[in-house]
Design a protein around this ligand. Structure first.
Ligand code: NDP
Length: 311
């Protein structure tokens, strides 16, 4: 059993920024990375909108640099997955956090930065073929489909970014958007429409992923006309958004109907004293690396003030 002042759960921009601030405030933070060290940005290519990178930066590099910055000020970063929490309800109480059932951390403050995870469509054929051609990460798996024909579902920034990424590697990318417009930013939409080998289909959804062991094609349906069409593809990428990683906090922390943690007003406090939330786990609105980093900073400052109030 280890007793500490500040535990940070999660290693995206929110977690590492919280760590930088907490370490510089002498809180000696311990940070557990979770299953996906570096978080969602490790699955992206170029980040062009984070202030201070005029030429852009690739997501994985940015996360390594954020980790190094947190470690420079004394954060201890451990690879590990928190699978249970037992939060105190009392001000000044000690929060117990269980890591892979063998380690128990007792902390005065906990900063939650567990982020969100990719959603899938929920089709039986899609689930059966996950790992057999169905993927939620073009950057991770696109290489396997070099010079082949693939499809991607979604109309947000992620789908647009991944479609253009895949178009560089693959022969053809069919992009399926369920409405008559994309949700992605105008800049990303222009990038998609300028890319010759992206075949953009509006009002289109997947009815079935075809193939026994591996993806061989998809059956699409036009949700306006009802017309069905089968095309041959070897890879299918799902890019339809994310779900907050809050399962282990159910019953202890207040959440909205989508499972996002609820924080108080503009602050990062949850309903329990000494427990703070930052980043995508509490933000379904903005979900940007820079806003996640901003709330990570706020959580560390809130934790520091909370600890001071106990003295
Ligand atoms: P979004 O929630 O923004 O978009 C999800 C997309 O998937 C929408 O087009 C949605 O359609 C569609 N969709 C959802 N469910 C289904 C379904 N069951 N079947 C078919 N389509 C479906 O998620 P993103 O991951 O794209 O982006 C999340 C956030 O991250 C956004 O704020 C985005 O701006 C940001 N981001 C920024 C990047 C950057 O700046 N470089 C890169 C990537 C993301 P509908 O519109 O009909 O609901």
């Amino acid at each position: 059993m280890e007793k500490i002042k500040t535990l940070i759960i999660g290693s995206g921009p929110a977690g590492y920024t919280a760590a930088i601030y907490a370490a510089r405030a002498d809180l000696n933070p311990l940070l557990y990375t979770g299953m996906e060290p570096g978080g969602q940005l490790t699955t992206t290519t170029e980040v062009d909108n984070f202030p201070g990178y005029p030429k852009g930066v690739d997501g994985p590099t940015m996360m390594v640099e954020l980790q190094q910055q947190a470690e420079r000020f004394g954060t201890e970063v451990r690879i590990g997955h928190v699978n249970r929490v037992d939060f105190s309800k009392e001000k000044g109480g000690i929060h117990s956090v269980y890591v892979e059932d063998s380690t128990v951390i007792q902390s005065q403050t906990v900063i939650i930065a567990t982020g969100a995870t990719a959603k899938y469509l929920g089709l039986e054929s899609e689930q059966r073929l996950r790992g057999g051609g169905v993927s939620a990460c073009a950057v991770c798996d696109g290489f396997f489909y070099k010079d082949q024909e693939v499809a991607i579902v979604g109309g947000g920034d992620t789908a647009a970014e991944e479609a253009t990424y895949l178009a560089n590697i693959c022969k053809k990318v069919t992009m399926l958007v369920r409405k008559d417009h994309m949700r992605a930013s105008k800049a990303m939409q222009h990038r998609v429409s300028r890319t010759a080998n992206i075949d953009l289909r509006y009002h289109t959804q997947i009815e079935e992923v075809l193939g026994d062991q591996v993806v061989e094609g998809i059956r699409m349906v036009n949700n306006k006309t009802g017309a069905k069409e089968e095309i041959a593809v070897t890879g299918l990428f799902i890019a339809i958004g994310h779900e907050p990683n809050t399962a282990i906090f159910k019953g202890q922390l207040d959440m909205d109907d989508m499972g996002y943690l609820i924080t108080k007003g503009k602050r990062t406090e949850t309903n329990l004293p000494g427990v703070f939330a930052s980043g995508d786990v509490q933000d379904k609105e903005y979900r940007q690396a820079v806003t996640a980093a901003g709330t990570g900073c706020m959580a560390a400052l809130d934790a520091e003030r909370y600890l001071q109030s106990l003295e």
